[in-house]
Design a protein around this ligand. Structure first.
Ligand SMILES: Nc1ncnc2c1ncn2[C@@H]1O[C@H](COP(=O)(O)OP(=O)(O)O)[C@@H](O)[C@H]1O
Ligand SMILES: [Mg+2]
Length: 243
C-alpha cells in the first residue's frame, strides 16, 4: 500500500491552547481509518489542518507527494481532498444539484455545464438522492441533507475523503443506511478518514483507528486492539462512549 497522507509532528495552537500536539501518522492509499477521541481532543482541528481550513503552527503535511501545509483549501481540494463538516453547510439559496456542482468548478480539471450536471446527478444517485437535484436543501430531512453533503464531497472524485462526524444525529435505521453507504465508497478504493463517535460505525467501517486525547495521539492500530488498550479506555471514562 502506498502512502497517501503523512502528518509529521503537526501542532496547532490557539493562543495558549495546544489543540493538536505533535501529531504524526500516515494513511495508506485505499485505507478507511477512524479518528476517535473525547470532545475537545482536537479531531476537527486535525481535519481542518488537512483540508487547509486552518494553517498548522508547526509540522508538515504531505499529500500524494506534495507538501500541502502552506496551501489554501481550494488548492488542496484540487489535489484530491474532499470533506464534510461537523455541522451541515449547504447553500440554502441553491438547488441540491447546484450545491453539488459548486465544488466541481474547483476540481482538477474543471468541470462545467452539462458535464458538471451529469457528474452531480451521478453523485446524488450514488448517495441515494437520484432524481432529487431540483429540490431545495431546506425541503430535505436531516439525513438527506447529510447525503447532499456527501454527494458534494465525492462528486469531484477525490482521492481522500474526510468525514467529520458525518453520521452524528442519525436514527438507528438511518445509521445502517449511512454505514452501508460509506462502506460502498470505501469499496471503490477511495481513502477515507473519518471522525466518529458511533462505535458501531467505527467497528464496521474502520480496520484501523487513531485515538486522540487532549491533542495528542494516544493509540494507532487495528481497531479492536486499540479500543481495548487501557489508555484509550481511560480517555473515554466519563464520556459515556460505548467503548
Ligand atoms: N478556531 C478555533 N479557535 C480557538 N479554539 C479552537 C478553535 N477550534 C477548536 N478550538 C479548540 O481546540 C480544541 C480542540 O477542538 P476540536 O478540534 O474541535 O475538538 P474535537 O473535534 O475533538 O471535539 C478545543 O479546546 C476547542 O475549543
Ligand atoms: Mg469535532
Amino acid at each position: 500500500m502506498s502512502d497517501l497522507l503523512t502528518l509529521r509532528n503537526v501542532t496547532k495552537r490557539f493562543g495558549g491552547l495546544v489543540a493538536v500536539n505533535e501529531v504524526s501518522f500516515t494513511l495508506g492509499a485505499g485505507e478507511v481509518v477512524g479518528l476517535l477521541g473525547p470532545n475537545g481532543s482536537g479531531k476537527s482541528t486535525v481535519m481542518n489542518l488537512i483540508s487547509g481550513e486552518l494553517p498548522a503552527t508547526s509540522g508538515s503535511i504531505t499529500f500524494d507527494g506534495t507538501d500541502i501545509g502552506p496551501l489554501p483549501p481550494h488548492r488542496i481540494a484540487k489535489l484530491g481532498i474532499s470533506r464534510t463538516f461537523q455541522l451541515v453547510r449547504l447553500a440554502e439559496s441553491l438547488s441540491v444539484r447546484d450545491n453539488v456542482i459548486m465544488p466541481l468548478a474547483f476540481a482538477s480539471p474543471h468541470v462545467w455545464g452539462r458535464k458538471a450536471r451529469r457528474r452531480a446527478d451521478a453523485a446524488l444517485e450514488r448517495v441515494g438522492l437520484g432524481g432529487q437535484g431540483d429540490m431545495a436543501p431546506a425541503d430535505l430531512n436531516y439525513i438527506d441533507q447529510k447525503r447532499v453533503e456527501l454527494a458534494r464531497a465525492i462528486a469531484p472524485d477525490p482521492k481522500l475523503l474526510l468525514l467529520d462526524e458525518w453520521m452524528a444525529g442519525l436514527n438507528p435505521s438511518e445509521l445502517r443506511t449511512a454505514i452501508e453507504l460509506i462502506r460502498g465508497l470505501g469499496d471503490t478504493g477511495i481513502t477515507i478518514f473519518l471522525v466518529e463517535h458511533i462505535m458501531e460505525a467505527v467497528r464496521e467501517l474502520c480496520p484501523r483507528c487513531i485515538v486522540a486525547n487532549a491533542g495528542s495521539v494516544i493509540a494507532d492500530g487495528p481497531t479492536e486492539a486499540v479500543l481495548s488498550t487501557p489508555d484509550v479506555r481511560r480517555a473515554y471514562l466519563g464520556e459515556a462512549a460505548d467503548v
